[in-house]
Design a protein around this ligand. Structure first.
Ligand SMILES: C[N+](C)(C)CCCC[C@H](N)C(=O)O
Ligand SMILES: O=C(O)CCC(=O)C(=O)O
Ligand SMILES: [Fe+2]
Length: 420
């Protein structure tokens, strides 16, 4: 499962951090059997038996805080945090990994209540805190999933997520943190009382990230003048989609600020793509699997005025981390999807069926959140998760905004202590 409810996540994190479960080796029947193995289980000498370990031919096995972890010896040597192997001022490795013997084994292993000590054949000593190992092991990582609240219109409305005030966003750490927490949980967040100018919108963006300059510029201001060869620059309706699917790395975040609209229509549609994908996973797991495996191209070809652009991005609709199956990016844009020539005809047909299943979920009316963007209210959209669209409109409508680099937004969130 790539998705867990928030409470479960917090629970398991707390559980890990506090080392909630402390077992002795003998409480586990399977451990008794393992005692018969060539290498015997060892445990910490003093106090509660909260950690047991066993030295195998090619790895070290550790049971700590209810988790069985297995560490490759080269890995243990490579991650040594001693002053000569790791520069803790720059947080960079100094050790030349290529100089580590791939058959390396520790000469001695020792442990106290909180630390593991390994002495290597050349006498070098590596120390690890058990908490660090737990946090950084493969087995620990498998359990870590970005906390998210998947939503449909009802869930989002019920949550009554408040917009953050412009001043508080710009001037207080709490305002910024609240905003980012909302953004991470829901994939959308609002700032209100923003002066309706491009400069103030830019100021907002600069508070959390670098602006990602693209073929559309840095800050863009657009209206229905067809100044660019794309439907966005018309009055036509746009079905739900994610942007810049034709980049090798689609833009992480999109910022929208409607500066003016004198006319009718033009409401914004938002749909949580991860919510829809989860429904596909539950109802048709084979479709989910296919959507995560079939690579597709998206393409942007523009030859209007001075603008000559030809972009191609390749990747599946659903992108999941291979180690924990967590969904992290959805690429969905039927306008910009290119010719499918990456898979044979029979797979193509199954892919169309899977795409239909996802589209059905994305189009369920109860999953649609419709809002009218107004001057002063700025919307941030996680373009890797939440799809946007718009109703057709009449009259003069001017939108400004920008794309943000995802790395920088997440970096700001982490700096504020959020899990991102
Ligand atoms: C936001 N802004 C008007 C600058 C760009 C519009 C990009 C539209 C494109 N079809 C896509 O979905 O990526
Ligand atoms: O006009 C709008 O509200 C949004 C258009 C759009 O999808 C875009 O600019 O990416
Ligand atoms: Fe768009």
């Amino acid at each position: 499962m790539w998705y867990h409810r928030l409470s479960q996540i917090y629970c398991s994190i707390q559980h890990q951090l506090k080392g909630g479960v402390r077992h002795s080796a003998l409480q586990f029947p399977c451990f008794q059997n393992r005692l018969l193995a060539a290498h015997r289980w060892q445990h910490t000498a003093l106090g509660p038996l909260n950690c047991v370990w066993q030295q195998h031919e090619d790895h070290l096995e550790l049971r700590y805080a209810g988790t069985v972890m297995r560490f490759d010896y080269v890995w243990l040597r490579d991650h040594c945090r001693s002053a000569s192997c790791y520069n803790s001022k720059t947080n960079q490795r100094s050790l030349d990994t290529a100089s580590v013997d791939l058959g390396i084994k520790p000469q001695t292993i020792r442990m106290n209540e909180t630390m593991l000590f390994l002495t290597w054949p050349d006498g070098h000593v590596t120390r690890y805190s058990l908490e660090w190992l737990l946090k950084n092991s493969y087995e620990g990582q498998k359990q870590t999933i970005q906390p998210r609240i998947l939503w449909n219109a009802e869930i989002y409305r019920q949550a009554q997520v408040l917009p953050v005030d412009f001043q508080s966003f710009l001037e207080t750490k709490d305002g910024l943190k609240e905003f980012l927490q909302n953004f991470l949980l829901y994939g959308i967040a609002f700032v209100e009382n923003v002066p309706p100018t491009r400069e103030d919108t830019e100021k907002l963006a600069g508070r959390i990230s670098l602006i990602r300059e693209t073929i559309y510029g840095r800050m863009w201001n657009f209206t229905s003048d067809f100044s660019r060869g794309d439907t966005a620059y018309t009055k036509l309706a746009l079905d739900r989609h994610t942007d810049t699917t034709y980049f090798q790395e689609p833009c992480g975040i999109q910022v929208f600020h409607c500066l003016r609209h004198e006319g009718t229509g033009g409401r914004t549609l938002l749909v949580d793509g991860f919510y829809a994908a989860e429904k596909v996973l539950q109802r048709a797991p084979a479709d989910f699997d296919l959507l995560s495996k079939v690579p597709l191209k998206h393409e942007y070809i523009e030859n209007v005025g001075e603008c000559h652009n030809h972009m191609i991005g390749v990747g599946p609709v659903l992108n999941i981390y291979p180690w924990n199956k967590e969904l992290y990016l959805i690429r969905y844009n039927n306008y910009d999807r290119a010719v499918i020539n990456t898979v044979p005809y029979d797979v193509v047909h199954r892919w169309y069926a899977a795409h239909r299943t996802l589209t059905t979920e994305l189009r369920r009316p109860e999953n649609e959140l419709w809002i009218k963007l107004k001057p002063g209210k700025v919307l941030f959209i996680d373009n890797w998760r939440v799809l946007h669209g718009r109703e057709s409109f009449t009259g003069y409508r001017q939108l400004c905004g920008c794309y943000l680099t995802r790395d920088d937004v997440l970096s700001t969130a982490r700096f504020l202590g959020l899990q991102a």
